[in-house]
Design a protein around this ligand. Sequence first.
Ligand code: ADP
Ligand code: ASP
Ligand code: MG
Length: 422
Amino acid sequence: MARIVMKFGGTSMAGTERIRRVANLVRRHQAAGHEVAVVVSAMAGETDRLVNFCREANPLYDPAEYDVVVASGEQVTAGLLALTLQALGCKARSWLGWQIPIHTDNAHAKARIGEIDADELIASMQAGEIAVIPGFQGIGDDGRVATLGRGGSDTSAVAIAAAVGADRCDIYTDVDGVYTTDPRIVAKARKLKAVTFEEMLELASVGSKVLQTRSVSLAMKEGVRVQVLSSFVDDDAPLADELPGTLIVSDEELEGIEMESQLITGIAADKNEAKVILTRVPDRPGAVASIFGPLAAANINVDMIIQNVGREKGETDVTFTVPSADLVRTQALLEEHKETIGFNRIITDAKVAKISIVGVGMRSHAGIAATMFKAMADRGINIQAISTSEIKVSVLIDEDETELAVRILHTAYELDDASGAA
Ligand code: ADP
Ligand code: ASP
Ligand code: MG
């Protein structure tokens, strides 16, 4: 018998029929003797719909009110799953973020989870009741509902797993594991039996949305065993205990699982970045700080940064990327600080994509980035910006070339599934 957390994403929760399948899967795991907590996402498309309402109401929306709106999607699915489980004869109840409670900080729309007091939750699980928890939401120090950033239900699930001391956190989604790249873009993507925390962290942070970045860092920190697997399975499919999906593991554990290690583990694409160019910024100490200080204070994550060599004496262009969702606020903030920064013009481009290759093999092998640049050059893809870390290289390109770039890199690093998939 184990204590498990089962998390279901938006596609798995889209409509009463799918919720019934989820309920059945949960019931089977409880029937196998497990204590079960379930974390659910809003129905697919629902959070986007709610975000759009906020934008229509006020493009410069107050993040605290945005949270009030977007947290509602998960409340609906949590209640519906509890009802469906009860209809199957299971004991089940929903626990909203404030009821557990899941404490977060006050960074509305991208809050971080702090303490979770799980005593009551554990007692209810031990009494054979299935705990159904809406993902994505908690309660801020200010006493108001807070959400965890897009894709945040993964983080809710891992946090709950850590808080209840779960043996495993199973993240059910619409693909049957983590692949070398998004299997919806590259049909020849290969499923990985396991991937290390570090690589998954990089892949998630550069746009493999299969897991939210914070869920991976939290799992790494708390030592939570995470499996990514499909909820779209037959009623007699093996239970998650047989590990049909992809496990997120430590370096040491990986050695025992994946026999041959590749130079590159995965490739990710992110279309949710926007490029900002500030022209003719004074080339003097403090200029860059005056740009990024206000953005940091507004919780806007700047990613790639390039400061060009000054064209004119004493002036330079500064290029950087921010999440597309923060572009309007970024522009407004920069305009507000125009005097202090002293730039001439803001040029923005939301039609860019960041393509990244990730693999621990980079630590010990030279020339990996060169292969990437050459493969892209051979197909005439222009690189607008580059950034690297110890196990990652990212390039910024025209958004229209995203799929092509991912495919050619997948082939260039010999990741294509040889088993003949189309
Ligand atoms: P959920 O609603 O279950 O949270 P998401 O849409 O957030 O699901 O994440 C699952 C999706 O992640 C898949 O449908 C797939 O298109 C995408 N994805 C991106 N990169 C990968 C990858 N390397 N492996 C598997 N899926 C990936
Ligand atoms: N529903 C939220 C989103 O779409 C959270 C999640 O599904 O993880 O971002
Ligand atoms: Mg997700």
